[in-house]
Design a protein around this ligand. Structure first.
Ligand SMILES: [Ca+2]
Ligand SMILES: [Ca+2]
Ligand SMILES: [Ca+2]
Length: 533
């Protein structure tokens, strides 16, 4: 259940690392351009003002002393969160589809990154230190705040107000003085796999903040682990669900300042949270304490975990390549599962090229002919465990062209002396290579000839015939060539026939004449002898 929800939310999100090159690649694929700072533009702001919707602004390593106002749908991509430093603020106002990734943001005043009235904003893999508020979201929906390091801000690490359906995952928050994460009038958000340590409050929910899901977080060494508080109008945070969190050594694990009702477990056997001050026992050894952890009369964890809920194992990713030749452009589909907190993103490289990710790009897509494409892939989970070693599939095969075949003998329209007809041919295939030939006469059964280049049909009747030769390549693509010809006595036969008839007729006449004269010459001497007498 959780995994599905996470997967949906993650369709719009991306995780640590490799994002830089993923964005380069996605930008290179599409018509939107890549604007480089400082190579093409001296400041990040100048690049933003020059960009159009969908563009990517790549910011090289270095320290940039400027505040950036993002007033269009662009991706701001630093060379890496340790390498590209902005000393100033980033503000996103009334936008959609904005990404900010790969920066250190530090040394400014007020908020590190401020977003208002926006949707589909992705803030991933940054370091934000030394502000009042690290990331401040107001009226922000369907956005992702993931894998950031947010520390040493004087008020709040991540603050949301009037914000809905956001995913806050895998962030490391510590030493933010008042609270690490604060939700004010914010609902249906998912807060998963974050570390919230060493603050006055780990996580505070205020006002009508309802139906938030808080899963798999590590909340430790805060004065208050979770703080539930009504607002000035008396609205309280209710119906929030907390499970698989580890509450460790907070002075007060949960402070409920109002009469809220929230859910503190996910039933059995999924279970609830780990509480370092739980005093119950687990006599049946199922990992679940045998008595509830009681926060107050309305808030009980019925299935407290006796050990911290930790996720140290990376996801497992598989591909669906069948090992066979494909004959047109095709996807290999990658899918991954994580045994604990969930998958953040899946990355891949084709033939050692740029890294792409499923959150930014489509599934791996093969469009060029080869017998040896290589696909490398791996996933990371929501707490940053990377699947190692990466998986590699070799010899991914695509053949988009038919073989060639042509018949050498007999020639088209020729006549063949009966009774046997010998066919000869040749063929070729460039990508997968020839597999075999088949030959057929007059639409009859195909005869598999293997790689032979000749076949003799025996006892072919006189008359017109058509022979076909079909070449198959190893991908199963085919090409057929055909030739029509005649079987019979042929042109010289006619002449012989005429000569024979002529000879027979002439001979008959000659014999007839000879016979006539022979009879006549025999009669003359008889008459003469009669006369003598
Ligand atoms: Ca038990
Ligand atoms: Ca995991
Ligand atoms: Ca082929």
């Amino acid at each position: 259940m959780t995994a599905k929800k996470i997967a949906l939310l993650l369709m719009i999100s991306v995780l640590v690392g490799e994002v830089y090159s993923a964005l380069i690649s996605s930008a290179a694929l599409e018509s939107p351009s890549v604007l480089r700072v400082p190579q093409n533009y001296p400041t990040i702001q100048a690049a933003v003002y020059a960009a159009t919707s969908g563009d990517t602004i790549l910011v090289d390593e270095g320290t940039y002393h400027e505040s950036v106002s993002v007033d269009r749908s662009v991706s701001l991509v630093g060379k890496g969160k340790a390498a590209t430093i902005i000393e100033g603020n980033i503000t996103v106002f009334e936008q959609t589809l904005v990404k900010v990734t790969g920066f250190t943001v530090r040394g400014g005043r007020r908020n590190g990154i401020t977003v208002f009235d926006s949707t589909n904003v992705t803030i991933i893999d940054n370091i934000i230190v030394g502000y009042n508020v690290g990331i401040d979201l107001t009226s922000v929906n369907q956005s992702t705040i993931g894998a950031n390091i947010i520390a040493s801000n004087s008020l709040t690490g991540i603050a949301t107000s009037d914000s809905y359906n956001n995913l806050i995952f895998g962030n490391s928050l510590s030493l933010n003085e008042v609270q690490n994460i604060g939700l004010v009038w914010s609902s249906n958000n998912t807060i998963i796999g974050n570390r919230m340590n060493m603050s006055l409050t780990g996580l505070i929910l205020t006002g009508n903040s309802v139906y938030n899901t808080v899963v798999g977080n590590f909340v430790s060494n805060n004065t208050k682990g979770v703080y539930l508080e009504a607002d000035s109008q008396g609205m309280s945070p209710n119906y929030n669900t907390f499970y698989h969190n580890s509450f460790i050594n907070n002075t007060s694990q949960v402070v409920n300042k109002t009469s809220t009702v929230n859910v503190w477990d996910n039933g059995h056997p999924s279970a609830g949270n780990h509480w370092s001050d739980y005093t119950g026992v687990d006599n049946n050894g199922d990992g679940v304490g045998d008595t509830p952890y009681i926060i107050d009369v309305n808030n009980l964890d019925h299935y407290p975990l006796v050990a911290p809920y930790v996720d140290v194992s990376p996801p497992n990713t598989v591909d669906d390549y069948d090992g066979l030749w494909h004959v047109s452009n095709f996807n290999v589909t990658l899918s991954s599962i994580d045994d604990r907190i969930g998958v953040a993103d899946t990355y891949y490289r084709i033939n050692g090229g740029l890294t792409r990710s499923l959150n930014f790009d489509s599934q791996p897509f093969f469009t060029t002919e080869s017998s040896e494409h290589e696909l490398e892939y791996w996933s990371q989970d929501l707490v940053g465990n990377e699947e190692l070693p990466h998986k590699i599939v070799t010899n991914i095969k695509l053949d988009k062209s038919n073989p060639s075949v042509s018949i050498n003998e007999p020639k088209s329209g020729s006549q063949v002396v009966p009774p046997n007809v010998t066919i000869t041919w040749q063929g070729a295939d460039e990508v997968s290579g020839l597999d075999h030939f088949e030959v057929g006469l007059d639409g009859g059964l195909w005869i598999n000839k293997g790689t032979a280049l000749t076949h003799t049909f025996l006892g072919v009747s006189e008359g017109d015939h058509t022979v076909e030769v079909k070449a198959f390549d190893k991908s199963g693509r085919t090409q057929t060539s055909s030739v029509s010809f005649a079987v019979g006595v042929g042109g010289f036969g006619w002449i012989y026939l005429v000569i024979v008839v002529f000879v027979v007729v002439v001979s008959g006449i000659v014999i007839g004449v000879w016979y006539y004269y022979r009879k006549r010459s025999a009669a003359i001497p008889k008459r003469r002898s009669k006369a003598r007498r």
